[in-house]
Design a protein around this ligand. Sequence first.
Ligand code: FAD
Ligand code: SF4
Ligand code: SF4
Length: 476
Amino acid sequence: MADGETLRFVDRTQVYPAKRAPGERAGDFAEIAARYPTPDAEAQAGRCSQCGVPYCTVHCPLHNHIPDWLRLTAQGRLREAYELSNATSTMPEICGRICPQDRLCEGNCVIEFTGHGAVTIGSVEKFITDTAWEQGWVEPLVAGRARGQSVAVIGAGPAGLTAAEYLRVEGYEVHIYDRHDRAGGLLTYGIPGFKLEKPVVMRRVERLRDGGIVFHHGFEVGRDATLDQLRQRHDAVLIATGVYRARAIDVPTADGAPVVAALDYLTASNRKGFGDAVPAFDDGSLNAFGKHVVVIGGGDTAMDCVRSAVRQGAASVRCLYRRDRANMPGSQREVANAEEEGVEFVWLSAPAAIGGGSVAVRRMRLGTADASGRRTPEHDPGGDTTIDAELVIKALGFDAEDLPALWGAADLPVTRWGTVLVDGATMMTALDGVFAAGDIVRGASLVVWAVRDGRDAAASMHRWLKAKAMAERRAA
Ligand code: FAD
Ligand code: SF4
Ligand code: SF4
């Protein structure tokens, strides 16, 4: 029973939900952390000191009302906590699972700085909305009064789904076009189940479908329609296509060497989880079973690859990264999880050649700082080695595809990185009524930023569409 008290951070220790033992979790793709039992969630929420200026909220991209829903949780008022948490986010239980909280809300919690350990905000957020789903508190999506205007959303990732939800609530007819056969974008086919189980994503998608949002799967803009054709069919368009051009690696590679792209590998693994037929997995090309696996890269995608390879039964899994642990872009929490599961990190190492069942590894050291202040890795002669590699996975990050060329839309302005250029205030491109949101604007980023962009884009599109309807009425 909740005692309703807050400010208990001195006498109540920080406790995250229990993680399953590494040996057990390495055998499946289920999430590794359990959910709090209700008394633990209430007790942990009660550690919050209810700051007047909550830095957790400031550093949450959605500016969630964190202290308020923590207080309601501590008081056992879970339904109200859910309603408040849901007011600023379309997918709180997803962000609660996969946000890098150590860099966002929890990393800026004041009691972290006093040495007591942050309030476990993400885990409480996940608890609140998972409970709401179980208790039937998650309301169906109800469309607003029909406005007689329609919107095309290109891309069913978190940015597109979020914008679609808010626009449907405002009464627009919403059509989502996605080249995949399932919605969710990287939530579905990128991020593995051990971080985010797929039913958690699919129940969100079903709620949108039941609310009247029309999904056009297997529909690739550029192949099945041009941008112009969608503009003619709809009153406004949102581009939310993410970034998918895998960065290349300039390393001599023998013909036929088993080198695969991270996203192909992760997509195949996620598809197997859905029970799909995946010939490239079944023939071994995208399956780590029994193999010595080398993953190249130090970001979160690389972490997802190494941990997936462990679960597929690889003989060994090594991660090559050219900088050291302190300078890697991936989350330290994920590195720790991977190490617990048996992954070996080979820091300060870069591939020199791939082929013949091995990778020639060049020893690196950190040299002088570049313009950004980051020390550039350079060859450290004398320490080169060779390691076994029957499957090499390249996980070096993603850039934007060339949308103007692919979509026959030379007038769509993009930056020199290929991301779509928008007006920062309206999120509209230079093309009237064409907006953009998520990774395709920011470059590879985070789910929570995609949700924020989707929310902002929907608000801006709503303003623009209302003005358009009014102008048309006046002209009639
Ligand atoms: P996406 O999720 O990429 O969705 C874009 C959608 O557009 C896709 O469904 C795609 O099929 C569709 N599309 C693209 N082109 C077309 C076209 N021409 N026609 C029709 N449809 C098209 N972020 C976190 O916060 N936490 C994590 O733990 C995390 N882990 C990650 C792990 C991996 C392996 C990767 C790759 C990314 C991870 N991210 C993580 C980043 C996060 O997934 C992205 O920032 C987020 O999904 C971006 O959302 P989006 O809606 O902009 O694009
Ligand atoms: Fe923290 Fe992310 Fe939730 Fe915001 S959305 S409160 S950053 S876990
Ligand atoms: Fe509570 Fe920490 Fe946020 Fe302060 S910063 S309101 S203690 S969660």
